[in-house]
Every structure is written in C-alpha cells, then in structure tokens.
Design a protein around this ligand. Structure first.
Ligand code: SF4
Ligand code: SF4
Length: 192
C-alpha cells in the first residue's frame, strides 16, 4: 500500500500492480493476441490474456491463483505478447512482478522449484539482461520437449553436446550455461 493512495479506499489489486509496474490492467480488451503469440501459452495453467482477465476482476481469489500458478514461472520474458498487444500492455513486466510477489508470499507452485532454482542461479551467475533470452530458450525447449516435472537439466546437456540445432549457433556461452546448470544441480542454497 502506498501512503499516496486515498486513505478512504483500500487499494485494488490492479491499482497496486499499476503502482508497481506502471501497467494499466483495464486497458486490456481481451483480444487474445498475447495468448496466440505466446510460445509457452499451451503449457500455462492461465495463458496471458486470461491472466489479464483474472487481474481485471480484482478478486483476491484470482490473484491468489496467479501467485500459485505455473504461468508466472513459465513466462520467459520473450516479449512476444507485448509486441503483439494492440494496447502495448507489458505482460512480461507484470509476470516478473507476480513472481516476486509469489516468492514473498511463499505461494510458489511446488512444481516450479527447478525453474525457480534456475532463475536464481541464472541471476546470480551472469548479466541478467544480456543473457535472459538464452534462459528463455532453455526453458522453452524443455517445455516443448518434455513434462515439466521431468529433469529440467536435459536441455543444457544437449546444449553442451551441441545437439540442439540451431541453438548452439545462437548461444555463445554454452560452457557458462553448463556451469550454471551444474551450480543449480548442486545448489544447496536454494530454499523455497
Ligand atoms: S513474455 Fe511471457 S507471457 Fe509474454 S509471450 Fe513471452 S512467455 Fe508468453
Ligand atoms: S494482446 Fe493486449 S489487449 Fe489483447 S488480450 Fe492480450 S493484453 Fe489484452
């Protein structure tokens, strides 16, 4: 809650999100282009346009569902949704904010543990912005090829072995990625 907010009216969830991210939830008119363009949409419990709809309800139950969702962890910040959105709604920014809130509220989906561990190691290890897309590709690859609950470490092994074409050409830091995954696998510090 912000002190600047009208004291007589408790802040709505969408109001809070707007304060935190600058995103105006109600600008979404449910055209569905974000979900159609999202590469992870089919794996998500709530595709991006539904996330928007749920936030528009301002219903704490829906908000809770989102904090516990896999969606927020499957979003790889590729910005495809943002590119396609006629209202230029920054869904990746919202997702990032929801991830932070999910962790803070200790509501993270148990199935997301490995992704979260990866996020953490990734952020600790290398420059966030410069390498974010590579993480996206790893998770994207994983989501396209196997069940979430299976070994999330398969993709980087394939990176290292150069079996994942044409990704090895794109990713210059394969050795680094392998190191990160080793750290994730042996990471005793990740507690969720
Ligand atoms: S940024 Fe997230 S929600 Fe948007 S298209 Fe990419 S994966 Fe989907
Ligand atoms: S593309 Fe934009 S306006 Fe359309 S549903 Fe998605 S967020 Fe809403």
């Amino acid at each position: 809650m912000s002190a600047s907010h009208d004291q007589h009216h408790p802040m709505t969830l969408s109001g809070e999100l707007r304060m935190d991210t600058g995103v105006i939830i109600n600008k979404c008119y449910q055209c569905g282009k974000c979900s159609a363009g999202c590469p992870l949409s089919s794996e998500m419990d709530y595709p991006p346009s539904l996330v928007m709809r749920m936030l528009q309800t301002d219903d704490p139950k829906n908000y809770d569902k989102l904090l516990k969702s896999m969606t927020i962890w499957l979003c790889v910040s590729c910005e495809m949704c943002l590119t396609r959105c006629p209202m230029e709604i920054d869904i990746p920014r919202l997702m990032d904010n929801l991830r932070q809130k999910s962790v803070r509220a200790k509501k993270t989906n148990p199935q997301a543990k490995k992704i979260i561990a990866f996020h953490k190691s990734f952020l600790d290890s290398i420059n966030y912005t410069g390498r974010l897309y590579e993480m996206g590709m790893v998770v994207d690859y994983k989501m396209r090829t196997g069940a979430m609950t299976q070994d999330v470490m398969i993709a980087p092994k394939m990176f290292v072995k150069g079996k994942l074409n044409p990704i090895p050409e794109i990713i210059k830091g394969r050795k680094k990625i392998a190191e990160i995954f080793n750290r994730v696998q042996n990471n005793k510090e990740v507690k969720l």
